[in-house]
Design a protein around this ligand. Structure first.
Ligand SMILES: NC(=O)c1ccc[n+]([C@@H]2O[C@H](COP(=O)([O-])OP(=O)(O)OC[C@H]3O[C@@H](n4cnc5c(N)ncnc54)[C@H](OP(=O)(O)O)[C@@H]3O)[C@@H](O)[C@H]2O)c1
Length: 269
């Protein structure tokens, strides 16, 4: 493999890289010559991903299992990497899940666990790695939010709010990184083929029935290339880009009613 690829000598840590968009994000970084550390809870799936990335792209690929929804999971992961003398140049915060339904339709553990994974672990990993990235003046952070970040989401309230947090946090860090050599981007996919829908239970909503679903590889490619270009926000797909521009400019009461309609299961509508 040619070692003049942009990531030669650098390592990207990709969370949620056992299934879905994270696998393709890890693939994009490996194609770019980055060594990769892939993490999630499912060790066997991570081992398969790592083996494939090493074989296909000639990079070092290390699987490390960790529950990032557990309090302190981010620190535990970084301690495990330090023990193996694995340094991180690029952090890809992709792991996340949603839950569709009214606020009390999920057990409180599911609701708080979503915040712990989507927000808490993402901040934990970012803060713990930030100073070493600044010192090296290279690398950076790619956070995965969602088009859900651009408006509140009745009937999926906590998920939408968690992604608004990720978007706001990422944009602020993009500015803080100005002139430091670090790149910070926030990837905002719309509906994408993965296991997300199954876990979130969004399959029966009007939104799911009405929206085109993008395959995960083009979503990951847009994210990787956007990050390489230090694009602050990367919304995937033309339709999603238009909606993300328009939603914040519309009257909130109208948007809230429209999203509620879209998040209503078709048999309840
Ligand atoms: N698919 C969509 O329509 C869509 C749209 C917008 C945004 N997104 C965002 O894209 C990101 C990736 O989701 P996806 O669509 O690829 O869903 P997915 O197929 O369900 O993948 C989620 C990944 O997160 C990992 N994960 C889940 N819980 C975890 C935990 N407690 N600790 C560590 N890792 C955990 C999963 O692996 P394990 O189960 O092995 O832990 C898996 O690798 C998420 O942040 C999601 O919110 C998805």
């Amino acid at each position: 493999m040619a070692n003049d690829r942009p990531g030669a000598g650098l390592t990207a840590l990709v969370t949620g890289a056992s299934f879905g968009i994270g696998v393709d994000l890890a693939t994009c970084f490996a194609q770019g010559g980055y060594d990769v550390i892939v993490t999630a809870r499912s060790l066997k799936a991570l081992e398969d991903v790592a083996e494939r990335l090493h074989r296909d792209h000639g990079v070092k690929a290390t699987p490390v299992a960790q529950d990032l929804g557990a309090i302190g999971g981010g620190k535990a992961l970084l301690d495990a990497l330090a023990a193996r003398e694995l340094a991180v140049d690029v952090l890809v915060n992709n792991a996340g899940y949603g839950h569709a339904g009214s606020l009390t339709s999920a057990p409180i553990e599911t609701t708080l666990g979503m915040i712990d994974l989507n927000c808490r672990a993402l901040v934990e990993l970012t803060q713990l790695l930030w100073d070493s990235m600044l010192a090296k003046r290279r690398g950076g952070v790619l956070n995965v939010a969602s088009t859900a970040a651009f408006q509140p989401g009745p009937l999926m309230a906590v998920y939408y709010a968690s992604k608004a947090f990720v978007l706001s946090f990422s944009e602020a860090l993009w500015e803080e990184a100005r002139g430091t050599g670090l790149r910070v981007s926030c990837l905002c996919p719309g509906p994408t083929a993965s296991r997300f829908r199954e876990r979130a239970g969004t399959g029966k909503t009007r939104l799911a029935q009405a929206s085109p679903v993008m395959p995960s590889m083009p979503v990951a490619q847009e994210g990787y290339l956007g990050w390489r270009a230090n694009k602050r926000v990367v919304v995937t797909g033309m339709r999603n880009r238009v909606l993300a521009q328009v939603a914040p400019m519309m009257p909130r009461s109208l948007v809230l009613r429209a999203v509620r309609q879209l998040q209503t299961p078709t048999h309840d509508a």
